[in-house]
Write a protein that binds this ligand. Structure first.
Ligand code: SF4
Ligand code: SF4
Length: 587
């Protein structure tokens, strides 16, 4: 048996390969991104980035209807985008197995909310597996495809950040020698969800879930680990590992499938103990269902509803008898706020927006950091693609002078994800406003993945890139301008002019991300500050570039210094200095 050290994401990719997946589609999103990035190691899988999660699922659905096994992956909030096809897919069922991975993010390491996507399985009436380590991630991925085909259902596989990114030793298996055959198979009563067909399929769905619940009760992934004493625990996923660490002698019912619950197994297990505790992250998803069965369990009366669990938090809540722990801000530590990279092309745009006192409707991407001081130029951020729709709504209710202060900012990838619809709305319904597309040629925040605007696929193949200017013009926008955001004066002036306009206008600030792969970004020598010229006015600090440091002991008022190891020579700071203190470093 071959063993490998794999993260949960790598194990899911391996499991999909072993299961004979033919198509894998995704939109990148932490903590799910590396699943697709690892699937490209298996050339027989047709893997690709989709413009958004809904399209990714629709691609997988098409592949499944053609008889192929298909994987679709996304972060938790991506399921909100894909929810429309998902709920109806539950009714149609599948042909080839279809598995949707939802990677949840308790503790909001890299997300705008902390939603618990186990609720989706219940709401859409789907089975959901929840692995507790990388070995289970691989095995449950394989099994999920079998379950999908056997019960005619899409299957959800839920991970959380700790499972997605933690590595453990995994025994890998052999892949299916051949991929299942594909073909067209007409079956409109199953696949055309008009009301008359859908009513019948709903009956099927209810019966399917009943059968799944019965079947799951006898499967190894839902197992009882016998212990000592009268305390018993019901748990799943990463919480199982913490529960086992804190209560090494307790009896544990470990659930591998969190929906539907194996009710008979739970009732039988609980009947043997005085006290049953449910240990689960985020919502009381299992606990409430077990209570609804008439079984007296506890859990969230002591365990926190917010954030990740840890062995320490479980111990504190259940053994030390303290109040439910909450995540505490560390005290007396130097602040280390997140910051845009040195040379980030977004920095100058937010500086200009700050100076123009714009009301900025923001979006999801690296540029959300424009919210942070000293740039402090973002006023809203809701979800992927929301900035333009938010600006459109504001433009309908504000008086002229205030309306002109509203600027929507959105990245190129986010614009293509769902932002373009907001721009359509703005034009179609007579909205007004300035839209800035921060075009850094890549999906930067999740690790520089390609998108339909970058000109490359997931596998690195050259493809036509979406022409953002033409796309905006085709929506009916007359005023489309493309500028270099490294030119601070041009950026300020363009924004000022477009904000004064009555009609919708789009400014595309085009400059590749400094961390761009394929060496597209020309390297420039770092700058340095001449101590004989720097008067300590602090103007350059307003950029918030992490390469600019402050030496409080130098000069009369302190002086700026540049860390030449991280400065990329973008020369934006040079434009801030009235004393010509910046020069190219040759040292
Ligand atoms: S803007 Fe120029 S003079 Fe002012 S602190 Fe920075 S380097 Fe020194
Ligand atoms: S040139 Fe100036 S703004 Fe650009 S990375 Fe270097 S220090 Fe930062």
């Amino acid at each position: 048996m071959k063993k490998e050290l794999l993260s949960g994401n790598e194990a899911i990719a391996r499991g999909a390969y072993e299961a004979g997946v033919r198509v894998a589609s995704a939109y990148p999103g932490t903590p799910s991104t590396e699943i697709l990035e690892n699937i490209v190691r298996y050339p027989r899988i047709d893997a690709s980035w989709a413009p958004n999660e809904k399209v990714a699922l629709e691609v997988a659905i098409g592949a499944s209807f053609g008889g192929a096994r298909a994987l679709v992956t996304m972060k938790h909030v991506g399921v909100n985008v894909a929810a429309d096809p998902l709920f109806t897919l539950s009714y149609t069922g599948v042909r080839g197995g279809l598995v949707l991975v939802t990677a949840d993010d308790p503790e909001l390491h890299s997300s705008q909310n902390e939603q618990d996507n186990r609720h989706y399985a219940r709401a859409a009436k789907l089975p959901m597996f929840e692995p507790a380590d990388s070995q289970e991630a691989l095995e449950m991925t394989r099994l999920a495809f079998e379950v999908s085909e056997r019960f005619d259902t899409p299957v959800m596989l839920r991970t959380t950040t700790r499972i997605s990114h933690s590595k453990s030793v995994v025994t890998v298996g052999e892949p299916l020698p051949e991929l299942p055959a594909t073909s067209i198979e007409k079956n409109p009563p199953k696949f055309v969800m008009l009301p008359g067909n859908a009513r019948k399929r709903h009956l099927f769905v209810e019966e399917r879930m009943r059968q799944l619940s019965e079947w799951a009760a006898s499967q190894d992934f839902n197992r009882i680990e016998e212990g000592k004493g009268d305390i018993a625990i019901i748990t799943s996923g990463v919480a199982y590992n913490y529960a086992r660490e804190v209560f090494p002698d307790a009896s544990i019912l470990k659930l591998g499938m969190v929906h539907p619950l194996p009710k008979k197994l739970i009732a039988e297990f609980a009947s043997r103990f005085e006290r049953v505790v449910v240990i689960e992250e985020l919502d009381p998803f299992i606990e409430e269902q077990v209570r609804a069965m008439g079984i007296d369990v506890c859990g969230k009366d002591r365990l926190p509803l917010c954030g990740e669990l840890t062995p320490g938090r479980i111990r504190q809540a259940l053994l030390d008898g303290e109040a439910p722990p909450v995540a505490k801000q560390a005290e007396n530590l130097p602040p280390r706020p997140p910051n845009m990279c040195p040379g980030c092309p977004h920095r100058g745009v937010f500086l200009a927006l700050n100076r123009l006192q714009a009301y900025v409707t923001g979006d999801i991407g690296c540029y959300t950091l424009g919210f942070m001081p000293p740039l402090s130029a973002m006023d809203t951020c809701i979800c992927m693609g929301a900035s333009i729709g938010n600006a459109a709504g504001l433009s309908r209710v504000l008086a002229d002078e205030e309306r002109k202060k509203v600027v929507a900012v959105i990245g190129d990838s986010t614009f293509l994800h769902t932002g373009v619809n907001g721009l359509m709305e703005m034009v179609y319904n007579g909205g007004a406003g300035t839209v800035v597309i921060l075009d850094n040629r890549i999906t930067a925040m999740t690790g520089r993945q390609d998108n339909p605007g970058s000109g490359f696929t997931l596998k690195g193949e050259d493809v036509p890139a979406v022409d953002l200017e033409q796309l905006c013009r085709s929506l009916g926008i007359e005023h489309v301008r493309v500028i270099d955001p490294y030119d601070l004066e041009l950026t300020r002036k363009t924004l000022q002019e477009e904000m004064a306009r009555e009609q919708v206008s789009v400014i595309i600030t085009r400059r590749p991300c400094m961390l761009m792969k394929r060496q597209k970004v020309a390297l420039r020598p770092p700058l340095h500050v001449d101590p004989d010229k720097c008067v300590g006015c602090r103007a350059c600090l307003k950029l918030g570039c992490p390469a600019i440091q402050w030496d409080a002991t130098a000069g009369e008022k302190g002086q700026a210094r540049i860390d030449s190891l991280i400065c990329v020579g973008c020369a934006v700071c040079e434009q801030m200095c009235k004393f010509e203190a910046f020069g190219v470093s040759h040292g």
